[in-house]
Design a protein around this ligand. Structure first.
Ligand SMILES: Cc1cc2nc3c(=O)[nH]c(=O)nc-3n(C[C@H](O)[C@H](O)[C@H](O)COP(=O)(O)OP(=O)(O)OC[C@H]3O[C@@H](n4cnc5c(N)ncnc54)[C@H](O)[C@@H]3O)c2cc1C
Length: 426
């Protein structure tokens, strides 16, 4: 019988999974990449789709196309539902996929801290569908406010609440302020979009807790100047169809966006292994699962610590470094070479934008803020986008937005019937 190639199965074609697949390019292996979506999404720019600055196709690419040049890779669009670690196979909605090595890179999802029912009223931002849903909600709110006579309801429609003051919350709040104060300012006749109330709520004492104190303060002050109400040390106790309850009050709002917490995908349950409080699998120093040297968990789904005992953050560069490491490790094992030492994470830096012309950047010892930070942020993101077309389109859109204040992706499609009429009648 002819000798078959080693079967390496990668679940998830996000930042970690794709990098692992690429690192296996020269391995004598059949690499199968399984993802429930047909595209890889550049999540750091999802908020720009949600606020109509970019179109979905500018930040997502077909996985099949990305891996087309890699002849040892096969792409399957399937949803993995379970792993049989004894028989070494995956169960998907279409059947069974056997493996010799398994890399799980399924990322994380939103966490509503035990209140999953809030997700109906406060969508999070994780997939393209989430971004277009939020974009629709923001644009419809302005349209309905223009036609509704009841002033109380008009105020509710023009109130936008963002829960969570990390990078995504700060970026969303800044971008919605830009939409209201600049992009839409002259487009309406009955309402003044500039009067929109934008509230950013953070449970902790400051915004951007992973940044140095000075940059957090800069973000806070810049958002406040842009007209965003920043509420720190404030706990949301309930989200419903008409707004949010706080520990000490209530905000009626038509659009609530959840940027407060993440929970790893259910990998620990699939593998029946130990996880941390956020559901991340506690992996060994080589990112394998204890007692299973053939199974690796990487990216947002893994709890990994650096040499100093600090948790590796759930960000794209970390997932990419893990993917590359595991891909190389498996290639070495297949080739009978010495395997690389334990995974070593190198933190490159932290970046977040605050509206269309300011950003904060912490890059080693370098700290940037304001316009120079924004230029750095823009160049870094354009560099990491996939494909020349996307780099060009995104750069052009940002340049156009910068000089004209316009956002091109403002179409409302698929208006849900509940939104055809406002929840409260005039
Ligand atoms: C809104 C937002 C903004 C962000 N901004 C930044 C930023 O500015 N900078 C930064 O560095 N990081 C940022 N991040 C974090 C970064 O995107 C993640 O850390 C990174 O994507 C993690 O990579 P991953 O490979 O672990 O998972 P992901 O990239 O999330 O990929 C997981 C993949 O697994 C697939 N999948 C999941 N479950 C299944 C299943 N059961 N079957 C099949 N396929 C499955 C998904 O479809 C997805 O393609 C942001 C994240 C979000 C949500």
């Amino acid at each position: 019988m002819p000798k078959r190639n080693v079967r390496v199965v990668i679940v998830g074609a996000g930042f970690g999974g794709l990098e692992a697949a690429k690192a296996l390019k020269r391995a004598a292996a059949d690499v199968t990449v399984i993802d429930q979506q047909n595209h890889h999404c550049f999540q750091p720019l999802l908020y720009q789709v949600a606020t109509a600055a970019l179109s979905p196709a500018d930040i997502a690419w077909p996985i099949r196309h990305i891996l087309r040049p890699q002849l040892n890779a096969t792409v399957l669009m399937e949803n993995v539902q379970a792993v049989d670690v004894v028989k070494k196979c995956l169960h998907t909605q279409f059947g069974v996929v056997p493996y010799d090595y398994l890399i799980i890179a399924t990322g994380a999802m939103h966490s509503y801290f035990g209140h999953d029912d809030w997700s109906d009223y406060a969508p999070g931002l994780k997939r393209i569908e989430d971004a277009t849903r939020i974009r629709r909600s923001i644009l419809i709110a302005f349209e309905q406010a223009e036609v509704i006579q009841n002033q109380e309801e008009q105020r509710r429609l023009l109130t936008f609440v963002i829960v969570g003051g990390g990078a995504t919350g700060v970026e969303m709040a800044g971008a919605i302020a830009d939409v209201a104060r600049e992009t839409l300012a002259a487009d309406f006749r009955r309402i003044d979009p500039r009067s929109a109330r934008i509230v950013l709520i953070e449970a902790g004492p400051r915004l951007l807790p992973t940044f140095p104190q000075g940059l957090s303060k800069y973000a806070h002050d810049t958002l406040t100047r842009a007209g965003v109400e920043v509420k720190t040390s404030t706990l949301v106790t309930k989200c419903d169809a008409l707004g949010v309850d706080l520990k000490d009050g209530r905000i009626d709002a038509s659009t609530v966006i959840w940027a407060a917490g993440v929970m790893a995908s259910p990998v620990a349950r699939w593998l029946n292994v130990e996880a941390d409080r956020a559901g991340r699998v506690k992996v060994s120093p080589d990112l394998s699962v204890p007692a299973h040297p053939e199974i690796f968990v990487i990216g947002d789904a893994a709890a990994v610590f650096d040499a100093q005992g600090h948790q590796v953050p759930g960000i794209a560069p970390a997932a990419k470094q893990m993917g590359k490491y595991v891909g190389k490790l498996i290639s070495s094992r297949i080739a009978g070479r010495a395997t690389p030492k334990a995974f070593h994470y190198v933190h490159l830096g932290d970046l977040a934008t605050i509206g269309r012309r300011a950003a904060v950047v912490k890059f080693g010892r370098l700290e940037l803020r304001g316009f120079i930070g924004w230029v750095f942020w823009s160049l870094a993101h354009i560099y990491f986008l996939i494909g020349l077309r996307n780099r060009f389109v995104v750069a052009f859109n940002w340049f156009w937005d910068y000089i004209t204040f316009q956002r091109g992706a403002r179409l409302i499609t698929e208006v849900p019937s509940s939104k055809r009429k406002s929840e409260r009648q005039p």
